[in-house]
Design a protein around this ligand. Structure first.
Ligand code: UDP
Length: 484
């Protein structure tokens, strides 16, 4: 007999925040939900859409590329594989020519007002679709989700693209304030041991927004508002794994449906199905093919953060001193938007055949190549998950946002990585020493062993009876019950 629920087809509108580290996991979640019977309408900003299509290999191979040609449907491949994914783009309020890299106040303010007005208008049209829209899935950092979900009577689903630990710290902002740990001029510097489900952590492990002494910053306003708003969510899906953060996740579950469904990484038929990269990737495979198993260090600091020039210089010198083979993703804007970073004199000659420096690569392909044995990273959450998924230990150099918190998980809790820098300032000798600790000897063996265990935990979570798979199925069944 046919299960009554199987005939219900939820239709979710999904809206990521317009940054690489949020767009990629949201697209991958869309593919997962669509493969389990959801109809998805995925919404990108025109600017993100433009960047993806400009960077996609198909577009690159076209001789006569025109910048205003943004009509490529990035989900066409997914649809021809039988998934019901529709695609819309909306304006973020600025022309494509506007320089968003500067993160200007006018751009950020518009994100809070103009962008949600465009979402509202789009939903006004989409609610007439067939099947009718029943769910709104947005990034937890959006401040307006519950207002719009309520207006159109949609199930309100928040998607958190970071670990549970980062979520719970921002969720419990009120406790940090009450206990004097929320940054101000006389912030407490002792251990924080009162967040439900978190044993103890140091103030340096808080997300950078919670450490910043700028009490009037836009980031603080957004976090304050967004984390009030998420308390209205019907479900919170997170790109994390129950077994790796069990106490933290269980404590939040006492307050709201909080479901770990990670790692949300493309695998099986969804791998490579939809272009997600905002930049054009250089091929590294041929170079990697010439290197022995586990011998190459991969270094990359994510899609958007900028480091101090002195740190990047020390990293360059440290790579040379370490004598380890490496691939380094050195974005032209790694240090500044105004000037392209220039490597120290003699770097190229001294690293010939040993190092490959590229502006961008397909990270998941590089990490899954057998020649890669370590990852020097800023600890962006996607980078952490991708590395662990590929069984590659990490060398951690966190700077911003959730990165300090992610470092704590990787180094202190899971023992799958080491700190790049134990004391400021970063020096080339320390860089070389830490690279060698990551790549060779007993320390490297221990790290690989722990990383292998975590990788197995991730694999088990995604297996048919695994926690993430069960959580996702439970979520789908609860959503169906709610909309029936
Ligand atoms: N990435 C990539 N190629 C690169 C550098 C990064 O494909 O050369 C991808 C990486 O695989 C990850 C994302 O960009 O999925 C970066 O997200 P993460 O959360 O690690 O850091 P963020 O960019 O948000 O700081």
């Amino acid at each position: 007999m046919e299960d009554a629920q199987s005939t219900i087809k939820p239709h979710a509108v999904m809206i990521p925040i317009h940054y690489q580290g949020h767009v990629t996991p949201t697209i991958n979640l869309a593919l997962k939900l669509a493969s389990k019977g959801f109809t998805i309408t995925f919404v990108n900003t025109e600017n993100i859409h433009h960047q993806i299509t400009k960077s996609s290999p198909k577009k690159q191979s076209k001789e006569s590329e025109e910048d205003h040609d943004i009509d490529i449907d990035i989900f066409a491949g997914a649809r021809s594989s039988g998934l019901d994914i529709r695609y819309k783009t909306i304006s973020d309020g600025f022309p494509l020519s506007y320089d968003r890299t500067r993160n200007s106040a006018e751009f950020n303010e518009a994100n809070l007002k103009v962008f949600p007005a465009h979402v509202d208008e789009l939903l006004g049209h989409l609610v007439q679709d067939d099947p009718s829209v029943s769910c709104l899935i947005t990034d937890t950092f959006y401040t307006w989700t519950s207002r719009i979900a309520r207006k159109y009577n949609l199930v309100n689903i928040s998607f958190w693209t970071q670990p549970a630990l980062a979520f719970t710290l921002e969720y419990h902002l009120d406790l940090l304030v009450a206990n004097g740990h929320f940054a101000s001029n006389d912030t407490r510097v002792d251990t924080i041991d009162y967040i439900p489900g978190v044993k103890a952590l140091e103030p340096k492990d808080l997300t950078s927004f919670l450490q910043s002494t700028n009490t009037t910053s836009l980031a603080r306003r957004i976090i304050g508002t967004a984390f009030n708003d998420v308390k209205n969510a019907d479900f919170i899906l997170i790109n994390a794994v129950q077994e790796l953060e069990n106490d933290t996740i269980s404590a939040i579950q006492e307050k709201q449906p909080f479901l770990a469904v990670g790692p949300i990484i493309p695998s099986g038929f969804t791998r490579g199905l939809v272009p997600t990269s905002l930049r054009t990737a250089s091929d590294c495979t041929n170079w990697l093919n010439t290197k022995p198993q586990g011998s190459v260090l991969y270094a990359s600091f994510g899609s958007s953060i900028q480091s101090r020039k002195s740190d990047i210089d020390e990293i360059a010198h440290g790579l040379v001193l370490s004598q380890v083979d490496f691939i380094w993703v050195l974005r032209p804007d790694a240090v500044s938007y105004e000037e392209t970073y220039v490597l120290p004199d003699g770097f190229e000659e001294r690293t010939e055949n040993k190092g490959l420096v590229v502006p961008w690569c397909s990270q998941i392909e590089v990490l899954s190549h057998g020649a890669v044995g370590g990852f020097m990273t800023h600890c962006g959450w996607n980078s952490v998950l991708e590395s662990l998924w590929c069984g590659v230990p990490l060398l951690c150099f966190p700077l911003l946002a959730d990165q300090p918190t992610n470092r704590k998980l990787v180094v202190d809790d899971w023992r799958t990585g080491v700190n790049l820098c134990d004391r400021q300032p970063l020096t080339r000798l320390e860089v070389a020493e830490k690279i060698n600790r990551l790549m060779s000897g007993k320390s490297a063996e221990d790290l690989r062993e722990e990383t292998f265990k975590v990788r197995q935990t991730l694999e088990r979570a995604l297996a048919t009876e695994g926690s993430s798979e069960k959580n996702l199925n439970q979520f789908i069944s609860d959503v169906k019950a709610k909309i029936s």
